[in-house]
Ligand binder design. Structure first.
Ligand code: ADP
Length: 438
């Protein structure tokens, strides 16, 4: 403000001097104009110096000037200097980030809000075949054309990673994960999981082969045991008891082998081929009947098993797989809920769309700490009890896999003493469209 008022004083002083000198020559108007012209000349000179400095030598020190102009030039110079320092710091940070992304073995691809390629590291060139020379600005789905990737990209729900084969080498398996950031921009990370995938494949094949190989010897053993048990009356009592126990254990092993084979088939086969519109009433009715028969066999006092069908939706599903999943849930309820308890199998529409098959019992329930791990193979809350009731430890793993193949989810709700509820939630896409008569 101080400099500003000095500048005003300077103009006033020159104008007054011009008027006085003009007055001496009897022309105060011309004197005033001459005073103001000197002012204007001075300011135009400073403006020219500023313009030349900014356009020709912006990195050098500003031209010397006094008063308001000097202060203005100093401030501009300081502001420019601090901007340059910030810019250099940002540039260094950016190049450090680029260098570290470059050193990463995983692919990193930055996409703009339309999904066009902006930047990627050399691992992305190697895994996804992106070429710096001509791919910048191209849409990612023009280069990674796997339909599963195109669907994943368009879905905008990137909670889970996606596994695809590399677009340039079909022997390589990649795990892709997209993250949304900033203004709808996307970061695509891809990891080479070929080795892991191969190991997983080997594990699956091994389990499937061993289970398959065990089938024949077990059938022979159980056949002989059957014959011996027919002769039990002629055998000494100790031998008779051993044969009964051997029969029970062979049956357990057969169940285990069958469950392992089913599970490896569910894991290896691509699901969805045999999905067709399925009316659930007859299927659920027959599962209920099986459950009643098992209940009568396992418990002295019968359990109350009810079926509630509140939806007439037809699911696009595999009947065989659904039967196996729902039977597992029902048989678990029968085996783990005490005699006289109530078990309900329910089929309902969901408010948010889709449908749900649920199995509810009012038995002893499960402590919530176990719930996240229940669908793991061989995870048991109470090992002794599970074995005694004839469980293989694979039931809920089978349910989970069947539901995965139907894009459905398993939700488990339970508290100790308050029973358990297992819900199979099917999305709208799995509801068969209703056919209307013309
Ligand atoms: P298992 O063959 O041992 O039954 P599952 O995978 O079918 O194996 O079940 C895993 C565990 O979940 C069981 O060991 C049991 O402890 C628990 N569980 C399953 N269903 C119920 C239920 N309805 N009530 C209480 N516990 C249950």
């Amino acid at each position: 403000m101080h400099l500003w008022s000095r500048e005003l004083w300077r103009v006033a002083w020159l104008a007054t001097l011009g008027v006085i000198v003009g007055w001496l020559f009897d022309a105060p108007g011309i004197g005033l104009a001459a005073g103001l012209a000197v002012c204007l000349y001075y300011h135009l000179r400073q403006l020219r110096a500023l313009y030349r400095w900014l356009t020709l030598t912006p990195n050098q020190e500003p031209p010397a000037a006094a008063g308001l102009w000097g202060d203005l030039l100093d401030r501009l110079y300081r502001y420019q200097k601090s901007q340059r320092i910030t810019q250099n710091r940002l540039r260094a940070t950016l190049s450090r980030i680029q260098e570290s992304s470059e050193a990463m073995r995983d692919s990193v691809v930055m996409l703009d809000r339309h999904g066009d390629l902006e930047w990627w590291n050399s691992a992305a060139t190697d895994m996804l075949g992106l070429q710096a020379a001509h791919d910048r600005g191209q849409h990612i789905t023009n280069l990674v054309r796997d339909p599963a990737f195109v669907r994943y990209f368009a879905s905008l729900s990137y909670g889970e990673p996606l596994t695809i084969t590399s677009p340039i080498d079909e022997r390589r398996i990649l795990e892709c994960q997209i993250t949304l950031y900033g203004d709808d921009e996307r970061l695509l990370m891809a990891r080479d999981i070929t080795r892991l995938h191969r190991l997983e494949q080997m594990r699956r094949d091994f389990v499937a082969n061993v289970s398959h190989e065990l089938r024949t010897p077990l059938t022979v053993l159980s056949g002989y045991l059957e014959t011996y048990s027919d002769l039990a009356e002629t055998l000494p009592p100790r031998l008779g008891r051993s044969i009964t126990q051997m029969q029970a254990q062979t049956r357990r092993m057969q169940n285990l082998v069958n469950d392992l084979l089913l599970l490896s088939r569910l894991e290896t086969d691509q699901g969805g081929k045999d999905h067709m519109p399925l009316a659930l009433a007859p299927l659920l009715e027959s599962i209920c009947q099986d459950a009643r028969a098992l209940s009568a066999q396992q418990h002295e006092a019968p359990q109350q098993i009810e079926l509630e069908i509140e939806s007439d939706a037809r699911l696009l599903a595999s009947e065989q797989e659904l039967r196996s999943a729902i039977s597992n849930l029902m048989f678990n309820a029968v085996r783990y809920a005490p005699p006289e308890s109530r078990i309900t199998l329910r089929f309902v529409d969901l408010e948010e769309g889709g449908a749900c098959i649920e199995v509810e019992d009012n038995g002893e329930g499960i402590d919530p700490v176990h719930i996240p791990r229940l669908t793991e193979r061989f995870y048991r809350v109470d090992k002794g009890r599970s074995t005694a009731t004839g469980g293989t430890g694979l039931g809920l793993a089978i349910v989970k896999h069947v539901l995965l193949r139907h894009d459905a989810k398993l939700q488990i709700d339970s508290h100790p003493g308050l029973g358990a509820r297992f819900r199979c939630v099917f999305p709208v896409s799995k509801i068969a469209p209703v056919l209307t008569a013309r």
